[in-house]
Design a protein. Structure first.
Length: 261
């Protein structure tokens, strides 16, 4: 979390950047290593996404990562394994500055997920003992008053149903980022592993055009210089440039190849 603010308060840097119309860069975290998180934050990334969906990170690991000092300009959010209140509540209570909702299939799904993440009168998040105020540098009352507006919400578009409902999804109140989950989307369309299939490209183009015409930021993964340039040219404002393990694997393999060449 961004704990070293001069006034003691945490700022959601990533959300602030998006509100200014700027682009942000993110890494995914699939290991619960605080050291790795700090190294990636020090790279200049705007956001780290703790991935509970495709890793072994549990709630204890999430809390440790959220408590890490990542500097003043790196926001830490959590990718949930499912968009259900029983997971949303403890992750937010641990101090997450935002959430990524997986497998959203409709606007109704997204509305329910965001309502579970916000306090009354905007939602139905329960108030209970938590460490979030301390992580944010606020009193409990201060946190209760600020959380609804300061949390960042990202939805993954990974299914054919979501593509078909994208016009309504982008209009859901409170959504900040709409990210295309290319691998799962291709599988949902009956083309697993074939992300360049015309059917997949058509669905992606439809989602891209719809998000770009909305107030939400378009997000996606880009693991190479060529992919990064392509996403930027197509209007993406949130680019996940890699996951910790994949970044380490590429760097290690490159160094070993140089030694053996």
């Amino acid at each position: 979390m961004n704990l070293n603010q001069t006034d003691g308060r945490v700022r959601n840097h990533a959300k602030m950047q998006l509100k200014r119309g700027k682009a942000i860069t993110a890494f995914g975290l699939t290991s619960a290593s605080v050291g790795v998180a700090q190294v990636l934050a020090a790279s200049g990334a705007d956001m780290l996404i703790v991935d509970m969906e495709h890793s072994c990170i549990d709630l204890n690991g999430v809390q440790a990562l959220l408590a890490a000092d990542l500097g003043p300009t790196c926001t830490c959010i959590v990718r949930l394994p499912a968009h259900v209140p029983s997971l949303i509540k403890p992750v937010l209570d641990a101090g997450a500055m935002g959430l990524t909702f997986p497998m959203i299939r409709s606007a109704a799904d997204l509305v329910a997920a965001i309502q579970s993440s916000k306090y009354y009168p905007d939602g139905r998040r329960a108030v209970g003992p938590h460490t979030a105020p301390a992580r944010w540098g606020l009193s409990t009352l201060g946190y209760l008053g600020e959380a609804n507006d300061s949390l960042l919400f990202n939805t993954l578009i990974e299914t054919e149903e979501a593509v078909n409902d994208i016009e309504l999804i982008v209009r859901v109140e409170g959504i900040d980022i709409v990210t295309i989950g290319l691998g799962d989307l291709a599988a949902s369309l009956g083309k697993p592993g074939d992300v360049k299939h015309p059917l997949v490209r058509e669905a992606v183009a439809h989602v891209e055009a719809t998000v770009l015409a909305s107030a939400a930021a378009l997000g996606g993964i880009a693991g190479s210089r060529e992919e990064i340039a392509d996403r930027i040219a197509r209007g993406y404002r949130v680019i996940v440039v890699g996951f910790d393990v994949a970044v380490l694997a590429r760097a290690a393999a490159d160094l070993v190849r140089q030694c053996r060449s």
